[in-house]
Design a protein around this ligand. Structure first.
Ligand SMILES: *[C@@H]1O[C@H](CO)[C@@H](O)[C@H](O)[C@H]1NC(C)=O
Length: 235
């Protein structure tokens, strides 16, 4: 910075010469602009850290040092097609199409994902059947500015020491009875919802995941059939 300032002052004198010109507003403004743009670049460098993650189920990020990259809706492929994609995407609500000359069919597709809280029987919570089942799911891609790592810990509500909580919630995935595969995602503990669908047809579906005592699962402390928590932590 100091070197740059000295350079600019020297440059200022070389180019603009004498004292009278230094009283000139236009000359001052130019120098000021040059200094400001240099300061901006310096700040960009000091902000080179940062990491991103998706906050599933919410339209905002939490925390002062976390900024929204974009928010949108959870997109995926049908739960009822055996060859469909398994991962969920966070899709912005405003698409930009490019080559779009005809309607494609018999191709992979991306559509809106819905919640299913069937048999959860926990009204007024994140797992409220009537509040969420069949509703579309929002999501937000967040950037934690001064962090470099981010992890999702299944089965926990709190981060391990030295890690900071970004959000916590419940582990979701597709029903194993569905034809499609699916992945685990961490839905926020206070989920928001988008518009409601009228049927299950052609929808990716996310349901709460429970622990299964399958001989090698450590039960206890895990309990068969309990909905699992999750937490997203950064450092
Ligand atoms: C699933 O697909 C089968 C055909 O493969 C169809 O008969 C059925 O209605 C579909 N179910 C849903 C919920 O979309």
């Amino acid at each position: 910075m100091v070197i740059v300032l000295v350079f600019l002052v020297v440059l200022g004198q070389e180019v603009y010469g004498n004292k009278e010109q230094c009283e000139n507003h236009a000359v001052k403004a130019k120098l000021f602009d040059a200094i400001c743009s240099e300061i901006k670049q310096t700040r960009t460098k000091s902000e080179e850290t940062g990491t991103t993650y998706t906050r599933w189920g919410r339209t905002k990020c939490s925390g002062d040092k976390t900024e929204i990259v974009y928010s949108g809706f959870v997109g995926g492929a049908s739960h009822n097609d055996s060859g469909s994609q398994v991962n969920m995407l966070c899709v912005p609500t405003q698409p930009q199409y490019a080559i779009n000359n005809k309607k494609a069919d018999n191709h992979p597709w991306l559509g809106g994902t819905i919640y299913s809280m069937h048999q959860m029987d926990t009204p007024n919570t994140a797992l409220d059947q009537s509040k969420y089942t069949l509703y579309g799911i929002p999501c937000t891609v967040c950037r934690a500015r001064d962090k470099t790592s981010v992890i999702m810990i299944p089965g926990r509500k709190e981060c391990t020491s030295d890690w900071e909580k970004e959000y916590n919630g419940y582990l979701f995935g597709g029903n194993p009875k569905f034809k499609s595969g699916s992945e685990y995602v961490c839905i926020d503990e206070v989920p928001e919802r988008r518009k409601k669908a009228t049927s299950w047809s052609e929808k990716p579906i996310l349901k709460p995941v429970h622990s299964k005592c399958n001989e090698v699962m450590p039960c206890p402390p895990f309990i068969d059939g309990r909905v699992l928590t999750c937490v997203v932590c950064s450092k």
